[in-house]
Design a protein around this ligand. Structure first.
Ligand code: NDP
Length: 338
């Protein structure tokens, strides 16, 4: 068996050497337990956040602890009456090949309904995050303009597509020719803007001739600076993530104080900024999401893309790449053959 643990607390940008791949004992399932083998491991931005020493909405990952993470796994041994060898499950095994589960919190997956890996992306936590942030906070109405950054990614790609399915206009912010063209041509966003282009602010303005009604915040930083003046009166901002800030200690950002201007605009334009963690809505709205998004996917109304690496040893670099924007689509590690 193999696992990846936190070797040292990362300072600034995460390095692969902050994590360590190690051999570990093969776990044995007890009565009413299962042995799961990870087929796909989900790589997500929150993992970097939880490597900080400070407690946030979750306890930090400790030095020597296995990195947490959602997995699509298969049952290899079952001592539980409800589960058979070979069953596909959505689990939370973390960065390891084999894990024992008491079967609580597992979701059974039907490989005939959708490819199992979609349970970590378009039909999983990232897709649900987009769905819940729009349903509860963004609430786009037909004809309104919805803007999202990291638009080619797991959450952003769903934000724009769901916004369009609700009759709104979707504007995506990303960078690089391949991502820009994917967002426009394959996800069918109405417009795109390149945040690394010298005329980014102009591009965004042109893409939003009627201003912005919903800004789904994934990134923060200079993208927030460009969006803020374009927000309409009564615009809604689901604050989902600020990936541009996850790796930087806040002292480095102290030279730019965004707070006074942000507060002035919140007041002057009666803006609603509302942060959320998707788990807040999961108990009550996950079934709605799976029904609705499952239909959209089956009808060909949702496109998605996976960024796949191979072997547990590739996971540290995969997370480093995600945090530098070098992923293109939902980041997954294929840990074992099904
Ligand atoms: P993505 O698949 O979108 O991958 C991350 C993307 O972020 C990169 O591809 C890159 O896109 C962009 N990025 C990375 N670093 C920077 C940077 N320094 N500046 C600007 N952009 C950067 O990841 P997810 O879809 O999984 O996550 C998107 C956001 O949603 C994150 O902020 C994440 O924390 C948040 N999230 C929040 C949840 C919640 O419950 N609140 C749940 C799940 C995710 P590009 O090349 O386009 O810039």
């Amino acid at each position: 068996n193999q696992q990846v643990v936190l070797a040292v607390r990362p300072q600034g940008d995460l390095k692969p050497s902050d994590l360590r791949l190690e051999a570990c004992a093969m776990p044995l399932p007890g009565e009413r337990e299962l042995l799961l083998e990870t087929i796909y491991l989900s790589i997500d931005p929150y993992m970097r956040w939880w490597m900080r020493a400070e407690k946030s909405y979750n306890d930090p990952i400790e030095i020597g602890q296995v990195i947490v993470g959602a997995t699509v796994s298969r049952v290899r041994q079952s001592r539980h009456p409800d589960w058979q060898v070979g069953d596909w499950v959505l689990a939370y095994s973390g960065w390891r090949r084999f894990a024992v589960s008491d079967a609580s919190g597992l979701r059974r997956l039907d490989p005939n309904l959708a490819p199992p890996a979609t349970a970590l992306g378009v039909l999983g936590m990232p897709g649900f995050t987009a769905y819940a942030g729009l349903r509860n906070i963004g609430q786009p109405r037909p004809g309104e303009t919805v803007v999202v950054a990291a638009a080619s990614g797991a959450v952003g790609s769903m934000v724009g597509q769901i916004a369009r399915l609700r009759g709104a206009r979707a504007v995506g912010i990303t960078t690089g020719a391949h991502k820009l063209s994917y967002v426009k041509q394959e996800l069918h966003f109405d417009a795109v803007a390149d945040y690394n282009a010298p005329d980014f602010v102009e591009q965004l303005k042109k893409s939003c001739p009627d201003g912005i009604d919903v800004y789904f915040e994934n990134v923060g930083g200079k993208i927030w600076d460009a969006v803020l003046p374009l927000l309409n009166t009564h615009a809604r901002v689901p604050v989902c993530g600020i990936i541009a800030h996850y790796q930087r200690p806040s002292a480095e950002h102290a030279s730019i104080d965004r707070l006074p201007n942000t507060m002035a605009q919140i007041m002057g334009k009666s803006l609603t900024l509302r942060g959320f963690i998707q788990t807040e809505y999961a108990d009550t709205q996950m079934d709605d999401f799976l029904n609705e998004a499952g239909q959209w996917l089956a009808n060909g109304q949702l496109a998605y893309r996976e960024h796949l690496t191979h072997g547990l040893q590739s996971a540290p670099q995969a997370l480093v790449d995600l945090l530098q924007g070098r992923n293109f689509g939902k980041t997954l590690v294929k840990v074992a053959e099904p």
